[in-house]
Design a protein around this ligand. Structure first.
Ligand code: ATP
Length: 827
């Protein structure tokens, strides 16, 4: 028998009914509360749709896979432990009080305990003694653990839920376990509230085919997927007329580029569906990959630039064009490589794939004969055929309408860069001044650039300084030492490559807003590039914090829920460390870069002098310092900071390029001259310029509704089926997943539309509900099962539950009761 207590929910609804009853004829069902006058966000139908997908009525394989991607249905039908402990307070405290432990022991509830090797294991507490507990891990294996290292585990019924918010407990081992469970079933996507988590499968999981596109397009599935995020964004853009952005973050090799490609594929399919647009996008990414990606120790195809891809749509939702902006191309990779890493793919592709006639025109040799490529002893990538990739690239260049002559110029510039790297210098006087050796390298580089080798030699080995205006000395020619000449040569090679990259980008910029975030870095020895990347990530993190918070708050307001205060940690102080004038890191770096006597050691002394009081800065031994980023403390080595921050090309080299015969060197020289004539740019270092670029990017993103995707790399070996818990945990922390979870917990993390709730549980109602509207069905279900009023709030469109556990309890209880009901009927 069931008894029903009257709840305050009932009272609230009664008063609503009374109000409506006074206004409506008696035979009408109670009306839904009216919506607030503000423009409401349309709740995507996708979340309310029934999982009835069967693509074209024949792709059962897809259906199986789509079903496999959600465990909600079948998992819920298992036996349920109804005696739930989940009405206890905050989970951290759950196991601390002795009463609670007794509760866990009595009910044989699962807990997580950290074992000596750092691995989490689940078991049940057998007994406690003082600060220690004895946990049975099964098979008579009982371990002794400190009670403070025990965390409550979720009931097995929740294993593999597709939204972490549905977990009763959101502690680290529980989240790790859930993602691991899903990963082992090839369910690589999960939701953490408003964020999508994508765990890199390192294998083809066969969930990106046309049938999947169709399924998400037709709202036939609601399993978490990058297609679902792209679909929501697309629909919100169409319905609300607001620009959207997808912000994809994660560490090196976590899957950002692939995820962005899948999102673009989906958008190309819904926003055009024509093969031409999809093709153009593919060609653009093929070119950008060849010129902007490289093999690193952590990813065979690592992007060495950040990018913002804008996809423009017409009013009727068709793609009208695409614009790509790039940030922070790692120029230093052209001239300097860490062991076992490669330079940009294009160089190896050219050396391996160029046909004989082209080789002759470019004086081309094998990759191992070029210093810039051979220095790292890494010339090939397993399972990658550079020659074949070269042919694909040539086709892609044709397809983005790069003319034969332009293509020829591009290849010439690449070969010139390679030959520049082979230029050597010899000392010519006793002051260690140098001149370039007149050899094949100098001659080939000069020919390819279209200048005389003597001019190239002079531009690399000397610098003309204008003498004092008042003196009669005219200008003074200052000869370079070996180091200075090598630096000039490398600077020229880097600049040519960077200009070439920008030129290509301009060329293909006809075509998508998908921001591919920068990989964060916490390596032992971090350089200037990493500092810039981590600063960029810090900026994006702030965007992430503000928007998740803002969205959450907005959603409550629009749905008529109030009184929810969501708190979050702002990283503004860390940003100030970089950005403040005059004593922020970038300003100090700029000041020091301009000082003639400065070097990397004077820089670090200056930083320590001005920033030591800042809690986000820590001076370290020698030339190092550390920054406390949102994702953890990172140590930086200032070696080369000043040079990299200045990143200038001396006048001689710019003049040399402008005097070259070819069209490209002249174009590049004009670009460099324009930059140095720009009143804002000349005195600014790379750091300050990056700050400006990011402000602009943030401004662009601020005008969009963001959707966050966090990519997780499950192992460093880039292999399928390996889930390294520590590595995953570290990334979940960095991506702010626990922060999102914490933010959501302070509000109403479990939210379900009345429509979906009514669809799922309406059939459990003992009495037929006359009104068919979903809200009154949800209310009737809650009433029938006497759910405590403090556990939820009722919005205009959704039911909001205080914590994940409450929904589980509620739903579990409902299913349990349904089970009993069915039993009764069967008897
Ligand atoms: N969804 C996926 N399905 C299958 N394989 C994937 C997927 N995502 C990523 N991978 C694999 O992981 C590799 C690395 O992914 P990707 O290049 O997208 O990482 P990234 O985060 O962009 O790396 P980086 O920051 O170094 O550029 C890919 O080359 C691919 O082999």
């Amino acid at each position: 028998m069931f008894s029903f207590a009257r709840s305050s929910l009932e009272e609230m609804l009664d008063s609503l009914r009374q109000r409506d009853d006074g206004e409506k004829p008696k035979d009408m069902p109670p009306a839904l509360p009216c919506r607030p006058p503000s423009r409401a966000r349309v709740i995507s139908g996708r979340w309310a749709a029934q999982p009835t997908f069967n693509a074209d009525g024949e792709n059962c394989g897809v259906e199986d896979k789509v079903k496999r991607n959600t465990l909600w249905g079948n998992k819920r039908r298992k036996d349920v432990n109804v005696d739930s402990p989940y009405n206890l307070g905050e989970e951290k405290r759950v196991l601390e009080g002795s009463d609670n432990i007794v509760h866990f022991i009595q009910n044989k509830l699962r807990v997580w305990c950290r074992q000596s090797r750092g691995v989490w294991a689940s078991g049940t507490i057998e007994a406690t003694s003082g600060e220690e507990s004895f946990v049975s891990l099964g098979n008579e294996n009982v371990v002794k653990v400190s009670t403070s290292y025990l965390f409550p585990a979720n009931p097995e019924i929740l294993d593999g839920v597709d939204d972490l918010m549905l977990l009763s407990y959101l502690n680290e081992p529980s989240v790790l376990h859930n993602l691991k469970y899903r990963y082992s079933c090839d369910m690589i996507y999960s939701k953490a509230g408003a964020m999508l988590i994508a765990v890199n499968p390192f294998k083809d999981v066969e969930i990106y085919g046309r049938d999947f596109v169709t399924a998400y397009k037709q709202k036939a599935t609601d399993s978490p997927h990058v297609f679902a995020v792209a679909d929501t964004a697309y629909n919100e853009m169409m319905n609300d007329g607001v620009s959207q952005s997808l912000i994809i973050s994660g560490e090196y090799g976590a899957g950002k580029t692939e995820t962005a490609k899948f999102a673009m594929k989906y958008l190309a399919a819904v926003g055009g569906g024509n093969v031409e647009i999809e093709g153009q996008l593919l060609q653009a990414s093929c070119i950008l990959e060849a010129f902007g990606n490289a093999k690193t120790s952590r990813n065979d195809n690592a992007s060495r630039f950040g990018e913002l891809v804008e996809i423009h749509f017409t009013e009727v939702g068709e793609i009208s064009g695409v614009k790509i902006q790039t940030f922070l191309l790692e120029k230093s990779r052209v001239v300097e490589l860490d062991p076992a890493e490669r330079s940009y793919h294009i160089f190896y592709q050219l050396c391996a794939g160029a046909p004989q006639t082209l080789r002759e025109r470019l004086y081309l040799k094998k990759a191992d004969e070029y210093n810039y490529l051979s220095q790292s002893n890494c010339l090939v990538i397993n399972d990658v055929d550079d020659a074949q990739e070269f042919h694909k690239l040539m086709e892609a260049l044709d397809n983005v309408r790069i003319s034969k002559e332009e293509k020829d110029q591009v290849l010439k510039m690449l070969a010139a860069v390679l030959w520049l790297g082979n230029i050597s210098f010899q000392v010519i006087d006793n002051e260690n001044h140098v001149e370039a050796s007149i050899d094949e390298a100098l001659i080939s580089a000069a020919r390819l650039l279209g200048c005389a080798s003597n001019d190239l030699n002079q531009a690399l080995c000397a610098h003309t300084i204008d003498a004092d205006k008042d003196s009669d000395k005219g200008s003074i020619v200052q000869k370079f030492t070996l180091q200075q000449a090598s630096d000039a040569r490398d600077a020229l090679a880097k600049w040519i490559y960077a200009c070439l990259f920008d030129w290509l980008l301009e060329k293909i910029n006809k075509l998508i807003d998908v921001a591919n975030d920068f990989s964060s870095s916490h390596l032992q020895k971090n350089s200037f590039e990493q500092l810039c990347i981590n600063y960029a990530n810090e900026r994006l993190q702030q965007h992430f914090n503000r928007h998740l918070l803002k969205l959450e708050q907005q959603e409550y307001e629009l749905d008529g829920i109030d009184g929810v205060k969501v708190d979050f940690v702002d990283n503004q102080e860390c940003l100030d460390l970089f950005e403040k004038k005059p004593n922020g890191l970038f300003s100090l770096l700029d000041e020091e870069s301009k000082s003639p006597d400065a070097n990397d050691s004077t820089l670090v002394t200056k930083l320590k002098q001005h920033l030591s009081g800042n809690p986000f800065f820590k001076g370290d031994k020698g030339r190092a310092f550390a920054v406390r980023h949102f994702a953890g403390e990172v140590l930086y080595d200032t070696n080369g900071f000043l040079k990299k921050n200045l990143d200038t090309l001396n006048t001689e080299l710019i003049e040399l390029l402008s005097s070259c015969e070819g069209q490209f060197p002249q174009t590049f020289a004009i670009k460099m001259l324009n930059q140095s004539l720009n009143p804002d740019a000349p005195k600014q270092g790379v750091g300050i310029q990056l700050k400006g670029q990011l402000f602009k990017l943030m401004h662009q993103l601020e005008n969009t509704k963001p959707h966050f995707i966090c990519c997780i790399k499950p192992n460093r070996k880039q292999l399928p089926s390996i889930y390294d818990e520590d590595l995953v945990l570290q990334q979940l922390r960095c991506c702010g997943v626990f922060e999102v979870v914490r933010i959501s917990r302070s509000g109403y993390p479990a939210q379900i539309t009345h429509q979906k709730f009514a669809e799922r549980y309406g059939s459990l109602l003992l009495e037929t509900n006359e009104s068919q509207d979903p809200l009154s069905i949800s209310v009737a279900v809650l009433k029938q099962f006497n759910v405590l009023p403090e556990m939820y709030q009722i919005g205009y469109t959704k039911l909001y539950l205080r914590t994940g556990q409450d929904l589980c309890d509620t739903v579990d209880m409902i299913l349990f009761l349904a089970f009993l009901l069915r039993l009764r009927l069967e008897i």
